[in-house]
Ligand binder design. Structure first.
Ligand SMILES: [Zn+2]
Length: 80
């Protein structure tokens, strides 16, 4: 069991740790997209984008339409 739920809610430190990567969005990210561009990244490189729930499909589709390999994880899975 990991992860601490902040009683402060939005505006607290925990809420600002992971912020959505979508331009203009300041929402707390619940998901991480690990991806790479095969043309410029080697096999073991991964870029990470963070996404709030509404923006997850937008960011994921952006990469998917470019045929970039990607994995979607939850923040809990990558927060170690
Ligand atoms: Zn967002």
């Amino acid at each position: 069991m990991s992860g601490v739920i902040s009683p402060l809610g939005l505006g607290g430190e925990a809420a600002e740790r992971f912020e959505c990567s979508r331009a203009g969005c300041r929402d707390r990210a619940d998901f991480a997209i690990l991806w790479r561009n095969p043309k410029i990244h080697t096999e073991d490189r991964r870029k990470t984008w963070l996404a709030c729930e509404p923006h997850l499909p937008i960011l994921r589709d952006f990469l998917a339409t470019r045929d970039f390999p990607l994995e979607v994880r939850t923040i809990e899975e990558i927060d170690d």
